[in-house]
Ligand binder design. Structure first.
Ligand SMILES: Nc1nc2c(ncn2[C@@H]2O[C@H](COP(=O)(O)OP(=O)(O)OP(=O)(O)O)[C@@H](O)[C@H]2O)c(=O)[nH]1
Ligand SMILES: [Mg+2]
Length: 300
């Protein structure tokens, strides 16, 4: 008897939502960095175990939008939260509940949506802190389960899926058994390039970057993949930083992305990167939309 559950992973930026998803999946589907607002749209991770299919939705960290891109992220996170049978609220165990978590709890109460609270980063907290945070959340809402975890090293993630298993419903699967994400490879490649930039660059520069894959060719016969991508940034000064002296930074971006994709595809990968300036694109509705952050795709 086949069963399915849709799980929305929500929470503040940087709490480890994408790390958690990747760990549960046992492979990377959603990019991760130490900077907030890494995830910009919803990324689906499909985890099939025996007769059971868990469809996870990783969402952008909930925050107040400051530009058109932020508007898109906010809308994606909100609608992502509302699309789940269960909400998996991820929070940093070292922090007391903030306004953002309280807003999510408000939604949970109003909608009556089942919820599991995951308190992440237990490796950075004492037992007392963990107990204190659990108590602070318990005073706000009766979650169906509360699970302290360390997504980074994978501790207690089985408990998360065990808790979620209570919400599986008898139903045909929505995805074939071997499908792990709804993200096309070209989009994943663009995301990996953005991840490397987030990791290599400081301050505002990576937040003002979008990556557009202009050409993606995978040759089934030779196993070769060719990718041509454009890195769009907001200022000429940012372009110089992205290229780096002697092309040092952009070379690293290409190498790291290539190595990761080669491991995944098992064949050689060629990446051609170009940098283009599009002044303050994050403030332009049409530019944001053209770069793939289109609200129409959310509401579908
Ligand atoms: N110490 C510690 N760090 C963690 C843990 N889980 C995730 N991190 C780190 O937290 C940072 C943010 O992780 P992400 O998974 O990108 O966080 P996110 O919630 O998806 O962030 P947004 O996409 O920006 O909303 C990264 O540097 C992770 O390595 C954990 O269990 N312990
Ligand atoms: Mg994320």
């Amino acid at each position: 008897m086949k069963r399915t559950v849709f799980v929305s992973i929500v929470g503040r930026p940087n709490v480890g939502k994408s790390t958690l998803l990747n760990r549960i999946m046992g492979r990377k589907v959603s990019i991760v960095s130490g900077k907030p607002q890494t995830t910009r749209g919803c990324v689906r991770g499909i985890y099939t175990r025996g007769e059971d299919q868990y469809v996870f939705l990783d969402t952008p960290g909930l925050h107040k939008a400051r530009n058109r891109l932020g508007d898109y992220m906010e809308a994606a996170a909100e609608s992502g939260m509302q699309s789940g049978d269960v909400v998996l609220l991820v929070a940093d165990v070292t922090r007391p509940p903030s306004g953002t978590e309280k807003d999510v709890i408000e939604y949970l109460k109003k909608s009556g949506t089942p919820s599991v609270l995951v308190l992440n980063k237990t490796d950075t907290a004492s037992r007392e802190t963990v107990a204190g945070t659990i108590a602070a959340y318990a005073a706000l809402h009766s979650f169906d389960a509360v699970v302290p975890v360390c997504a980074k090293n994978g501790a207690y993630l089985n408990e998360v899926t065990d808790e979620l298993s209570h919400f599986l419903r008898e139903s045909e699967w929505f995805y074939p058994e071997d499908e792990i994400t709804d993200q096309p490879m070209s989009t994943y490649a663009a995301e990996l390039i953005r991840e490397k930039l987030l990791r290599l660059l400081d301050r505002e520069v990576p937040h003002g970057i979008a990556v557009s894959v202009e050409e993606y060719r995978a040759d089934g016969r030779t196993g070769k993949t060719y990718i041509r991508a454009e890195i769009i940034c907001e200022k000429e000064s940012h372009k110089r930083i992205i290229i780096g002296s002697g092309g040092e930074v952009i070379k690293k971006v290409g190498t790291y992305t290539r190595e990761e994709l080669e491991k995944m595809t098992g064949g050689p990968v060629y990446i051609d990167l170009w940098v283009r300036v599009k002044e303050n694109w994050r403030d332009s509705e049409s530019a944001v939309r053209r770069l793939g952050y289109d609200k129409k795709n959310i509401e579908e």
